[in-house]
Design a protein around this ligand. Structure first.
Ligand code: ASP
Length: 355
């Protein structure tokens, strides 16, 4: 891992002030318009206070650490997730919370991945980003970043208010592994159809303690450093050919497939289709069924068109998002000793990702 550029932005004289680490990975939020080059260029975070003077009003300590190479999140790879998780591990004891500035395109994948990699997390890890760069007049960056920092610093009876991985965007705090990017133009870019928002921000931040993961006083953070990329996503559509299905299911070394089915987990019943899936399962490939719908859940066996999937050993991903399903597969296939343990965990919630 290349060295990170780390610097203290703000120090509070209050000995009880919270300390927050901001991890800057790239994305639109941290870009400014360069008049000479006439392009968007990464923002120098050492000038953060001049762009967001409001930060001075907060009573907390703020440290910023930047990825060595800032990235558009379309370039995120599992190595970047390991880098984020490692940064949190190294700094876990010195900060009350973490904010990760990340591009919106793959933020839901990264937030899901981090939720799995950080087992027994007891501090806030808040992803945020923006639809417009911080230098733009109508930017959403300022509001998103300021509130994400406030949430990461928030404590109640000395304990962090949010002991989990979240996405804060456009006044909603969403559980990271429940969120999905649904919009590329409007400011409200993320949605969590199957789980309520953990907080809604108006003139104050309204936390919903009924849905926030409870703080675990005796748990200790365990950080995993492996993800298995020998997986894929297979989205069904009416007319998908046998050749396409077989080409995917016979990829050399393939270990897991997220199968995006229709409605409540339904798929066509043609014998060639079922046989291809069955052959893959028998050869040891895990097939994990999630719906193409953003809301609702897979219920294998409800219709005849999903009963055959159940019968051949396709696993139900219930109400998982595709982002949370593919990263869960990558995580479990890399970190479980054997396939039957991985399957056991696939069928239940391990980080609040499924109902
Ligand atoms: N392409 C950008 C990224 O994901 C978009 C954004 O930041 O919103 O990094």
């Amino acid at each position: 891992m290349a060295a990170h550029k780390t610097f203290q932005v703000k120090t509070s004289s209050d000995p009880n002030a919270s300390s927050v680490m901001l991890i800057y990975t790239g994305g639109t939020l941290g870009m400014v318009f360069n008049e000479d080059a006439q392009t968007l260029v990464p923002f120098d975070f050492e000038q953060i206070l001049s762009q967001i003077p409001e930060i001075n009003k907060f009573n907390f300590n703020l440290t910023v650490t930047s990825f060595h190479k800032l990235i558009d999140s379309a370039n995120v790879r599992p190595d970047h997730w390991i880098e984020m998780a490692s940064l949190i591990e190294e700094n876990y004891d010195n900060f009350h919370g973490f904010v990760i500035i990340h591009g919106t395109d793959t933020m839901a994948y990264s937030a899901s991945a981090l939720s799995y990699l950080l087992e027994d997390l007891n501090k806030p890890v808040i992803f945020t980003g923006a639809q417009l760069p911080i230098g733009a007049i109508r930017t959403d960056a300022r509001e998103n970043l300021i509130t994400a920092l406030e949430i990461a610093a928030a404590r109640r009876d000395g304990r962090p208010v949010i002991p989990e991985v979240c996405i804060f965007f456009s006044n909603k705090l969403l559980r990271g592994n429940r969120a999905k990017k649904v919009e590329s133009a409007q400011f409200r870019a993320f949605e969590s159809k199957n789980y309520p928002a953990l907080a809604t921000c108006g003139i104050k931040i309204d936390y919903d303690f009924n849905v926030i993961k409870p703080f675990q006083p005796y748990s200790k953070l365990k950080v995993y450093k492996k993800m298995d990329s020998r997986v894929t996503i297979l989205k069904l559509f009416p007319g998908i050919s046998k050749e396409a299905i077989e080409a995917i299911l016979t990829i050399e070394g393939l270990r897991g497939v997220v199968l995006e089915t229709y409605g409540s987990g339904n798929a066509e019943t043609s014998s060639w289709f079922i046989e291809s899936l069955h052959k893959a399962i028998v050869s040891g490939i895990v097939i994990y069924n999630v719906s193409q719908c953003n809301g609702g859940t897979v219920m294998q066996g409800r219709y005849e068109t999903s009963k055959h999937l159940q019968d051949i050993g396709v696993l139900s991903g219930r109400d998982l998002t595709t982002e949370a399903a593919i990263t869960k597969l990558m995580f479990l296939l890399a970190n479980q000793q054997n396939i039957s343990d991985a399957k056991r965990y696939l069928m239940r919630s391990i980080r609040g990702e499924m109902s």
